[in-house]
Design a binder for this molecule. Structure first.
Ligand SMILES: C[S@@+](CC[C@H](N)C(=O)[O-])C[C@H]1O[C@@H](n2cnc3c(N)ncnc32)[C@H](O)[C@@H]1O
Length: 226
């Protein structure tokens, strides 16, 4: 039953969903109010935006000198929570438009334009690398390169923590997730649902890799130690 439903949803995606997603996705990146509105709606599944933005930070020790990289920071949606804990937050994103918005919204952080898979950043300089709902935009091979880069820029015993989409374990969470993905996401997000991030992280050399599921399994937090 679950397999059958999953196949129907995935076929719908590949039989036209991509075109719809391309339109809505472009609009959501163009109009920040649309992106933020959708984010707020999506975060209701875990109790709201503040709870959502803090999920990947649970259990971490952060003080004002903790060096944190907000990888694929977008317009600073999570950066603005990170700067409440640390004075040493850097946001990296490929998009100059996103970075311009981030630097206006969260001027307390520093910003770097670059690709996550080839970061223009020195080796072993961060205590924490954090990534919020960005991994689902990457191809699997790209993810492997990104994890190698995260490993490179983290200090020994530094922590990688990420929150992103996951294949629901509760059937009731499939319709809202599939609708969201059909409207806004492309094939890489569907690929992520089939990808075991813990395995990829272990292949790169990360240790103590842990995955915690939320919202009926439709969200995952992964944490790993360098
Ligand atoms: C869905 S947004 C997430 C933004 C923010 N982290 C949040 O929590 O809402 C994904 C971001 O990843 C960035 N991005 C996508 N591919 C990238 C890459 N290869 N390198 C760096 N940034 C990338 C996009 O420009 C976009 O700002």
């Amino acid at each position: 039953m679950v397999l059958w439903l999953t196949q129907i949803i995935e076929n719908a995606e590949f039989n036209g969903g991509l075109a719809v997603a391309t339109i809505f996705r472009t609009l959501s990146y163009k109009y920040q109010w649309l992106y933020d509105g959708i984010s707020s709606l999506a975060t209701l599944s875990v109790g709201g935006e503040t709870k959502f933005r803090n999920l990947a930070l649970q259990g971490l020790t952060i003080d004002s000198n903790t060096k944190i990289l907000d990888l694929c920071c977008g317009a600073g949606q999570t950066t603005r929570f990170l700067v409440q804990f640390s004075k040493q937050v850097t946001g990296l994103d490929a998009s100059p438009v996103a970075l311009q918005r981030a630097s206006l919204a969260v001027p307390q952080a520093q910003y770097v334009q670059g690709l996550a898979e080839a970061m223009p950043l020195d080796t072993q300089q961060f205590d924490i690398v954090h990534s919020s709902v960005a991994l689902h935009e990457m191809e699997t091979e790209q993810l492997k390169q990104i994890f190698q880069e995260i490993y490179r820029v983290l200090k020994p015993n530094g922590v990688f923590t990420a929150i992103d989409l996951h294949e629901p374990t509760n059937l009731l969470f499939w319709p809202p997730l599939a609708t969201f993905m059909w409207l806004f996401e492309t094939d890489t997000a569907w690929q992520l649902l089939k990808t075991n991030l813990v395995t990829l992280l272990q292949e790169v050399g990360f240790k103590n890799c842990q995955q915690t599921l939320y919202a009926g399994g439709s969200l995952q937090v992964v944490q790993a130690i360098r």
